[in-house]
Design a protein around this ligand. Sequence first.
Ligand code: SF4
Length: 237
Amino acid sequence: MSSIKQIPVITERKGNPLARVFDEFVRFCRSRSLFILHYCTGCGAIELPPAMTSRFDMERLGIQPMVSPRQADILLITGYVSIKTLKRVILTYEQMGSPKYVIGICSCTVNGGMYWQSYATAKKLDEYMPVDLYIAGCMPRPEAVLAGLQKLMDRIHSGEANSWEDYFRNYDYYLGNQQKLFGENWQTPTDIITEAKHYDLIGEGTLGKHTQLLEQHQKPLEALDMRLGHDLKEPTE
Ligand code: SF4
């Protein structure tokens, strides 16, 4: 039996056949076990119950709903996004762990759809966060939703679904569009720049004039003052 000292230390993954097989295996497992967080923003959400339940049954593909962004892999945006809702969508996206994927369902997420003239609706989702895949239609049927999910699975398996890295590499662009819509004081609880450093994804577009603006007004988050039961009256006899 060979001693552990004889096992070579893998210092460079590139070109190493063992590392390549391991990476392939990880990508295969990742693509076959996906939790979706469906943020039901518009009418397209009505197609998700049939996609999830017995007739189309997305769980047979290894995909199932998840209630928390912390454990979700895919964020499904299912229709038009109002400006108020977009703030919550961005907060949710930033709380998801990486790697994470976004699917825009419905034409409204692509270009505003029939709300393209609305003053209250964000027109292009990918100006505010990276989108891996759009499923166009008004509204797309469950077959189209499943075909889109399968496409994303293939892209994850082949290592092409890396748009989450773009949020870190070009954070200044996304933040600039967010500031344009929500005002210069816009900030979220997540420290994206520190996360970008953690993943070693600081790019030329990570820092810029918009992140400088953020630093000028960013306040440290304070813990919420919990007052549960504070105003409850003493029971009377
Ligand atoms: S594309 Fe059609 S179905 Fe989808 S959110 Fe827009 S209006 Fe509703």
